[in-house]
Design a protein around this ligand. Structure first.
Ligand code: FES
Ligand SMILES: [Fe+2]
Length: 383
């Protein structure tokens, strides 16, 4: 393979708080960010909260209608809902007890007449059941931002929109969010670092990454033998295979090489810029990553698994913990070491290994280049 080499971003992009502040405005406040799944707010009166960049938002089921809004009281700014999930008839601020309906309108301010007050709404759209919000009124819609992803995902996992939260694991990393997201989106390190993943989940030689617009699509065939969490004729979700044979026909970037064995049989990951990813493991197993930037050198990972029921089977439980211990946690030390390195006086960005053929397998960092281009376009010379 011929490689075309060029350097990555200067270290200051990962360490300068002024750049981090600009990213909160120019990236996170203008992009679609995953905040959960519709099944979490399926019942009227259920509310979830999530961080979107440096903001907190809530999504409420208001008598069957989903509403997303800033999680900010319009009195003196306290968060309206302080837990991750809640069950409420109305929203009462914990500070001075102003009370709002689930559509954000102020119902009463403890007897004071303060006029019409409404919590500002934010845009909410779904992708195969997953909830995404965008704080910008001007940004293109989710379907235009991630074209074809919903169709592709539903072709592979037809019941994705009916899945429920079965496991959530979180971990705070001492690393900039871009160090973490760049690491996620290349598999150049996989054969070296992730032995379980490259022997149990994907066949590394088949790994392909297609970057286009806001989406980076990863695909790989499963290893030769069926994954440990699937039986001979069942998928990992406990259903018999064969109920989702429609070939993926979405226009997700350029769909990489197929995964060979039919819907649900390979590995697929759909990263949506800047900080969300939906993955399908062999056997129609869906799991997600959300990365929350906490500070220029701190990022929270929220890793969630979506099965038919909230209770995990023994095999599913083993998969969740194997994945965490043998793949996800293997990256914690890596990204923290990189964060220390890019902050070093001794660091000059090295060449990215780019594959000009466009095949972009495990021996390529084209997707890292793509992420860095997206960032620079978003910052547009602001810092
Ligand atoms: S800040 Fe919410 S009632 Fe005062
Ligand atoms: Fe990794």
């Amino acid at each position: 393979m011929t490689t075309e080499r060029s350097g990555g971003l200067a270290g200051r992009y990962y360490t300068d708080s002024e750049i981090f502040t600009a990213e909160m405005d120019r990236v996170f406040a203008r992009s679609w960010v995953m905040v959960g799944h519709a099944s979490e707010v399926a019942e009227p009166g259920t509310v979830i909260t999530a961080r979107v960049g440096d903001e907190s938002v809530l999504v409420a089921n208001d008598a069957g209608q989903l509403r997303a809004m800033f999680n900010v009281c319009q009195h003196r700014g306290h968060e309206l809902v302080t837990s991750t999930t809640a069950r409420l008839d109305r929203i009462t601020c914990p500070y001075h007890a102003w009370t709002y309906s689930l559509d954000g309108r102020l119902l009463h301010a403890r007897g004071e007449d303060v006029g019409d007050v409404c919590v500002p709404r934010v845009r909410l759209e779904t992708l195969a059941g997953f909830l995404f919000v965008n704080l910008s009124a001007e940004a293109p819609g989710l379907a235009a931002t991630a074209p074809g992803v919903q169709d592709d995902l539903l072709a592979r996992v037809p019941d994705a929109a009916r899945r429920v939260l079965s496991a959530r694991l979180t971990h705070e990393m001492r690393a900039n969010w871009k160090v973490v997201v760049e690491n996620y989106n290349e598999c150049y390190h996989c054969p070296n670092v992730h032995k379980w993943f490259t022997s149990g989940v994907v066949a590394p030689g088949s790994y392909r990454i297609a970057s286009g617009g806001s989406v980076i699509h990863h695909a790989a065939e499963r290893p030769g033998q069926p994954p440990a969490w699937t039986g001979p004729d069942t998928d990992g979700n406990g259903a018999r295979t064969g109920d989702g044979d429609r070939a993926g026909d979405g226009d997700v970037a350029a769909t990489p090489a197929g995964n060979g064995g039919g819907a649900g049989d390979g590995y697929e990951a759909y990263f949506v810029w800047p900080a969300s990813a939906i993955q399908c493991y062999p056997g129609q197993v869906i799991n997600t990553f959300r990365w929350v930037p906490l500070a220029v050198d701190r990022t929270m990972l929220i890793r969630e698994w979506w099965f038919d029921t909230a209770d995990l089977t023994e095999a599913q439980s083993r998969l969740v913990s194997d994945d965490w211990e043998n793949t996800v946690a293997e990256d914690f030390g890596i990204v923290e070491s990189v964060q220390r390195g890019v902050a070093s006086r001794g660091y000059t960005p090295g060449p990215l290994i780019e594959d000009p053929s466009g095949v972009c397998g495990v021996h390529s960092e084209n997707s890292v280049r793509h992420l860095q281009d997206l960032l620079l376009a978003s910052l547009d010379g602001a810092v």
